[in-house]
Design a protein around this ligand. Structure first.
Ligand code: C2O
Length: 347
């Protein structure tokens, strides 16, 4: 499945959306996108570490990266405005399927969930590094799956920080504990009960219910089929639930985090997805270390050859395939600094 810039058009938005209402990226100076190539293997390996452990100084870098992106003109494909629009365009039917223009591209509720968001963060991280002038800058992750990370990191709740987003649920500021099963109703668990509940949810979604690629990744979505064939375990929860937990439940669509078109407008989106990306690595790793033979990626060419469009840190339009993003080491980053305490939380 492929898309093209030429066919990008107005998004289909839910009722009462917050502006802006147009999500397609700016036109490219060259007529066709270039093909993605892997970074130089001699590049330093970026190490993504948890927000709660990385330290103030490091978080100040992320804060500065967001401030720099926000300061770029909206027409710049590396601006925060356009970063947020990428997500909107890929999940509101802005993009059509190249071979079936009557059908939408949509990267949620199917096997594109993990690879699309990985590619998205890859470019986001490199743009941040470039703007910062720090070639080894790595995107920290919000590890809501371990007890120390189960609150919104305080940096994001400081109203004078560029990491702040006023369009959130005011009840979920720190020290409120995240509910990985949140669907809009406050739980009345104690903190200790909530932590155990979260760990059990993690076990279920990563191990118990995710024994096959289609269960973990989501259902195949091929050119000519209609979108959203079915989500994987982690996409539904904790992914969607943390989005809903963060957004403002008093608004029609739980903006910003709680709905596709606006989620990328919250600077917390990127550390949230950095953790989702880490869980893909964790799922494969646990498969290898625990003998879960189904914890392997699809080998179907319809998955591997499907492509997405992004602007890179040099503002070049790039076409990247699913097959390009399967090995984080080749993309020159890895995850570190936190364990998987939910492995022992078998319900
Ligand atoms: Cu594309 Cu967290 O959603």
């Amino acid at each position: 499945l492929h898309t093209s810039l030429h066919t990008c058009r107005k998004p289909k938005l839910p009722p009462n959306p917050l502006p802006p209402f147009y999500c397609c990226p700016p036109a490219s100076s060259s007529s066709e996108p270039i093909h993605f190539t892997l970074p130089d293997p001699a590049e330093p390996l970026r190490v993504r570490r948890p927000v709660h452990a990385v330290g103030e100084e490091y978080m100040a870098k992320y804060e500065r990266a967001i401030a720099l992106m926000k300061a770029l003109p909206h027409t710049d494909p590396r601006s925060f405005y356009q970063m947020a629009n990428i997500h909107c365009a890929y999940c509101t039917g802005s993009y059509r399927q190249t071979t079936h223009p009557e059908l939408d591209m949509q990267i949620h509720f199917s096997w594109f969930f993990f690879p699309f968001h990985r590619a998205y963060l890859y470019f986001f991280e490199r743009i941040a590094a470039k703007l910062l002038g720090e070639p080894d800058f790595a995107l920290p992750f919000w590890s809501w799956d371990v007890p120390d990370g189960m609150r919104m990191p305080p940096e994001f709740a400081n109203s004078s920080s560029p990491l702040y987003d006023p369009v959130r649920n005011p009840r979920h500021r720190p020290p409120s504990l995240v509910d990985l099963g949140f669907v809009g109703v406050e739980s009345n668990r104690t903190d200790e009960q909530q932590i155990q509940h979260n760990l059990r949810t993690m076990y279920k979604q990563m191990i118990g219910n995710a024994a096959l690629p289609s269960l973990f990744h989501g259902q195949p979505f091929r050119a000519g089929q209609s979108d959203k064939p079915g989500p994987g375990t982690v996409e539904l929860s904790p992914h969607n639930t943390v989005h809903t937990w963060t957004g403002d439940i008093a608004l029609t669509n739980v903006e910003n985090m709680g709905t596709y078109y606006s989620a990328g407008r919250d600077p917390l989106f990127y550390p949230h997805h950095s953790n989702i990306d880490r869980l893909w690595e964790a799922w494969r790793e646990v498969g290898a270390t625990h003998g879960y033979r189904g914890h392997v990626d699809f080998t179907d060419p319809d998955w591997l050859d499907s492509s997405f469009l992004f602007y890179d840190e040099e503002s070049r339009l790039v076409r990247i395939t699913v097959g390009d993003v399967l090995d984080t080491e080749k993309l020159r980053y890895k995850f570190d600094g936190v364990g998987m305490p939910w492995l022992d939380a078998r319900p």
